[in-house]
Structure formats: C-alpha cells, structure tokens
Write a protein that binds this ligand. Structure first.
Ligand code: ZN
Length: 500
C-alpha cells in the first residue's frame, strides 16, 4: 500500500496541533486570563495562527495532496482517505488564493475596526465605525475576487462557512421563510401575550449550575472529555475529540439565560464529542458547516429543551431545585413562559420565532454591502426600515440597532445566515428523526441515549467528510428548505397563542 496518505496525515497533524493550541489560548482569554494579559495574548495567538497557516499553504502540502489523490482515486467518497484529500484540497486552494499581504491587511483592519466598533457602540455614534466598515467591505470584496465565484462576490465569502451553498440558494430559502413568518409573528403580536413572570424570580447561580450540568450529563455531554466555565458570551471550543469545552453566563433574575445557553452550547459540544476519533488531527475533525453545527445546538435547545415532553420529565426536578421560585408554578405555565414570542430589538435576546427575522435582515444588508447596492452610510436607515418592516419595532439608537453585533467589525460577512440555516436544518433533521422513533415518548421518559445515538450515526461521526447539503440529502432525502421549520412553528405557536 502507498505511503501517500500516512505522509499527508503526518504533514497535517502538526498544523492541527497549532490550531488547537491557539484555541486553548483563545479559550483562556475569554474565561480566566487577567485583563493585563491581553496584549501578550494577541501576539501569541497571532504567532500560532500564522505558523499554522504558513505550514499549511506550502508547496509540500500540494505535492502530498497530489500523491494521496492518486492513492485514493478509486475509493468511496465517504472513505476517510478520499474525504481527507477532497476537503483538505478545498481548504488548501482557498487558503492559497488569498495573498498573504491581503490576510495581513484584513487582520490589521479588523483589529482596528473592533476597537472602533466598541467605541461607536458605547457612544452610540455610527460615524465612528463607518470608515472602518467601508474598509472591511472593500477588503472583503478584494478577498472574494481573489478566491473567485460564479454569480456574486458574496458566494466566495459564504463558502467559508457553508461549503456547497450559494447566495442564491440562501436568498430563495429565506424568501420562502419570510413570507409566511412575518404574518405569523404579526398574529402572535396581536394575540394575548403569554406571561413569563415566573422566570424572573430569584434563581441562585450555584443551583442553576448544578441543575444545568446534571441535564447536560443526562443529554450525553461527557464531562470527562469536557468542562463548563463562565464567559461574557457563551461559546463552544474543541481542542480534540477528548477535550470539548463550553461556557455559559448566569442571570440570577432570569432563568432562561444560562439554562438555554447551556443546552445550546451543549448541542455544539455533543457534535464535536461525537466525531469519529479516526479523524483526529486532520482537517476532517470538525462540523460539516457552521449551519450544520448550529442545527445541533438548535435541536437540543428548541426541539428538546423548549418542548413540553422534555419538561414533563424535568419540571418536577426543576421545582425541587428552586422551591421558592417555582413551588407554586404549573408545568403548563412554565412551558408557556419559556416559549413566549415578542418582537424585540436585540438579536441575541430574541425568541425562537423572531430570531430568524433578525438574521434575514442582516443577510440582506450584508449581501448588499458586498455587491455594492447598499452603502455603509445608508446602513442605519436601511436597518431601521427593515426592523419596522419585519418586526414592527424600531430602535431609538444605533447602539440597539445597526451597532449591536460584533460580526461586521470582524469582517465575518457570510456568517449571519448560518444561524437560520441551522434552525431550518434542525427542523428537517427532527422530522427525519421522528420517522425513526417516538421522540416525544423518549423525551417524556428522559431517555436521551437513543436520540443522541441517532445523531451520532447520521450526523456527528462524519465530521467534515460531507458538505452540509450532502449530509442533509443523505439523512433526510431533501434539499435545504424552510417547510419543516414552518410546520413546526405554525403548529407550536398556533397552539400556544390560540391562532387560527
Ligand atoms: Zn450556536
């Protein structure tokens, strides 16, 4: 047998090690690092990341890929070796197309833009951020031109997060989501509102932590291969199949903040813990796409964590944990409270139904920025008009509007749509899972093992071997579509809000 594949793997493993080491430093930066460490940490991260990049884009990687491609030419596409060659080649060609001078320019521009964005947000002054955003748009268009695309430059940027999906695919799927969703949200807004006061009582942090971590363990999150800490913005990070960490944040006066972020991040972590260990230290050891990753967090957060059967089993335990806050509450009242829908200004605080409208608005605006049909100066006005149009609420300040998210200051154009792609994918996967088992009965029994096992088999273990559209087609027989989520949402919120 040819040694081409082992040689390729040996060459790629140290690159993955460097990336994992950078991830450890980034995790520490968000959790335990003292403020004084910021400058040194930025240098350390930059060194590790550029080392990883330089080792990856060498001619040697290309030669090893060519040799390994010959050795795997007749293999099944799901064969580990064939997938390794295919996915690594895709990453390699993309990485080689962007000149290192442009990478450096983008890195410098984003670090300045992030500072400017923070100040603009604090001072509620978009003009502080605007020139930086203009520069990031120009550099991102330059990057897209370097990478190449079929229809529009946004395609090249989207591809970084969603390989195999085009801007036109996303736009038409979102269109078919938005048309029924806007009237659904309107109808909910006109219906008598659900009461969520019982979530705003006193919930001691230590009890929230104990209860949440017990649920995470019940769902199948392996604390021997992970841990949970506190950070300002919850996230999941993986250093290896055997070390996948999550973070959360607590609000002692609002129970959902920590609990739902725990199972959301837990969903991301279950994906990473479930990737086939044979793919370790290769570019295949990750999620198929950001959208597919988000489908796993949304599945556990919403289809499990905000379902009635889940709380049928867990509500008595929750009441026992918080007797003062919930002793007099009913399961039904709790279920209604955690599913309250209310059009609001801030994306990260939005409920399950309106969240998608926040995402679509951002997608349309950033697509326009990249294709030149939206100018940076018009952005605040366009933002407010779209908020009014989609959600019926308009921010009083840019800080609560166009300046609320960090993504554009990081030049992460193409990232926003992945949130809603994940939501739609989660609903499609849930329908497929329901064809194979009685999900509600499993949830009502607190019997999560068969559910996780199903996800492991159909989604997790493949890592990046298949693109998200390929994986979805394989599991559900369908292309990406809004239909499953619309069925789910109309059914659930129709019942909760007595809509007809
Ligand atoms: Zn997520």
């Amino acid at each position: 047998m040819s040694d081409a594949l082992p040689a390729l793997r040996d060459h790629l493993a140290p690159v993955e090690d460097l990336k994992a080491a950078a991830a450890v430093l980034a995790w520490d930066q968000e959790t335990f690092m003292p403020d004084g460490g910021a400058e040194a940490r930025a240098q350390q991260l930059s060194t590790l990341q550029s080392q990883a990049h330089e080792q990856f884009v060498t001619d040697e990687t290309g030669e090893l890929l060519d040799r390994a491609a010959e050795a795997t030419a007749d293999a099944d596409p799901l064969d580990d070796g064939a997938a390794l060659v295919r996915v690594t080649r895709r990453d390699y060609e993309r990485a080689r197309k962007v000149p290192s001078s442009l990478v450096a320019e983008l890195s410098q521009a984003t670090s300045e833009a992030k500072q400017a964005w923070k100040r603009a947000r604090t001072e509620d002054d978009f003009s502080i951020f605007a020139p930086h955003l203009e520069e990031l748009v120009d550099l991102s268009v330059e990057k897209a031109e370097a990478i190449g695309y079929d229809d529009e430059p946004y395609d090249a940027l989207l591809e970084e997060f969603e390989p195999g999906l085009t801007t036109a695919d996303v736009a038409s799927t979102f269109e078919s989501l938005r048309e029924p969703l806007v009237p659904l949200v309107d109808a909910i807004a006109d219906a008598p509102q659900l009461d969520d006061d019982l979530l705003r009582r006193s919930y001691p942090q230590s009890t929230q932590k104990a209860f949440g971590e017990q649920v995470l363990a019940d769902l199948g999150y392996d604390f021997d291969r992970g841990r949970q800490d506190v950070s300002a913005h919850p996230f999941t990070t993986s250093f290896a199949h055997s070390d996948v960490r999550i973070t959360t944040r607590y609000d002692e006066e609002f129970l959902p903040t920590a609990f739902f972020s725990m199972i959301h991040e837990g969903g991301h972590a279950l994906y990473e813990q479930g990737i086939d260990p044979a793919l370790a230290r290769t570019p295949l050891a990750g999620g198929a796409s950001l959208g597919m990753h988000e489908s796993q967090s949304r599945f556990w957060e919403n289809h499990v964590g905000r379902s009635r059967p889940f709380w049928h089993h867990h509500f008595p335990q929750l009441q026992e944990a918080f007797p003062n806050a919930l002793g007099d509450a009913s399961l039904d009242a709790f279920y209604r409270a955690i599913n309250r829908v209310e059009p609001s200004l801030i994306r990260v605080e939005a409920d399950e139904a309106t969240y998608n409208l926040h995402v679509m608005l951002r997608f349309e605006l950033e697509r326009g920025l990249i294709d030149g049909t939206v100018s940076v100066n018009d952005l605040p006005e366009r933002w407010n008009a779209a908020m009014d149009d989609y959600l019926g609420v308009v921010p009083n300040t840019d800080a609560d509007g166009v300046l609320q998210d960090v993504h554009w200051s990081m030049a992460s154009f193409g990232y926003f749509p992945t949130y809603t792609l994940g939501t739609l994918t989660a609903a499609q996967l849930t329908e497929a899972l329901r064809d194979d088992m009685d999900l509600d009965a499993r949830l009502a029994d607190g019997d999560f093992a068969p559910i996780l096992d199903w996800l492991r088999t159909h989604v997790h273990r493949h890592g990046r071997k298949l693109t998200a559209p390929q994986l979805l087609e394989r599991v559900t027989g369908q292309e990406l579509s809004a239909d499953a989520w619309l069925r789910y949402a109309e059914n659930k919120f129709g019942a909760l809000y007595n809509l007809n």
